[in-house]
Ligand binder design. Sequence first.
Ligand SMILES: Cc1ncc(COP(=O)(O)O)c(C=O)c1O
Length: 346
Amino acid sequence: MDVHSIAKLPLFEMQKFAQTLGNTPLKPIQLRVDGRPHTLHLKLEGANPTGSAKDRTGKSLIETLEAQGRLSQSSILVESTSGNLGAALSFLCKVKGYCFLAVVDPKTTHENIEKMRVLGAEIEMVTKQDQTGGYLLSRLERVQALCQSSQRYIWTNQYENLANPIIHQHDTGPEIYRQMNSQVDALFIAVSTGGTLAGISRFFRKKSPQTRIIGVDARGSVVFGAPPGPRLLAGIGSSRRSSFLTRSDYDEYTLVGDEEAFAFCRAVFAMTGICVGGSSGAVIAACVRYLRTHQDIRNVVCLCADRGTNYTSSIFDDQWMTSHGFSLHAGLPDGVQIDERASSLW
Ligand SMILES: Cc1ncc(COP(=O)(O)O)c(C=O)c1O
């Protein structure tokens, strides 16, 4: 459902819609990598109410604050967000009757800003880049200043609140395991706070320790300790290390650049009709690289954190792509083809 339709729903319908969270589809797509056929299972988190895995995180963060008795009807929830968690919290706060203030930055997609506005959030944009070239540290500074200015501001704190990884350990991980009939050889997950990866990994490490967990980050992000640099990918990546991730949560990690991630988003959409966001493009790119060197791998899951409709004015807009110096004909790496027959429209 689009956000304008959601915003017009009567409260009880909105509450019902909020309950559709989770149980997102797992769709197989077929690829050939260096002549060998592979099935990639895409876990389409964009099917959540506001279009991303952050609907799960948002619910968990708010319910934990409620259980701790830290929220009242005069509370103003505040969060630093590059977009998806902002959309999720805007919706959930509307459903629950709380005010919400999102601290965003110029990389937040127009689509997500529009979602937050329509769902009644207040929005503050920071414009000062931090020392790593990102905006996260500036956003966090602003959130802290707000919380010091009044006790009404309550920070959900997706960066340190354990409610973030816990929901993925209790819900997202088991869902994938069940949908794959307990057979997962490798799982590819993008990182920002690291909550999704840490939570899912902790489930798999116990239940299916042979499953290889591969973290995927944007080139230019420092989550895994790589040097900082400019990046356009939104949602994935961070200007600081994760508070949740430990070295045992992943077997390896890989960095993907903007152009490769965008090329995968566009090719997957063109060939299968499945429209996923930039971090999902990065995850699929990382998975394909891995398959080149790990030919024994069969049951593969790519966690696709959001839907591509968040990026109609960027990744899926030819003019935006060319104005940012990306070729529209970059295509997939040599030796990689997506089989268009094998996937249904989504
Ligand atoms: C599109 C997208 N992909 C991946 C992530 C990474 O999620 P996490 O913060 O749990 O590491 C996010 C987080 O906002 C996101 O929005």
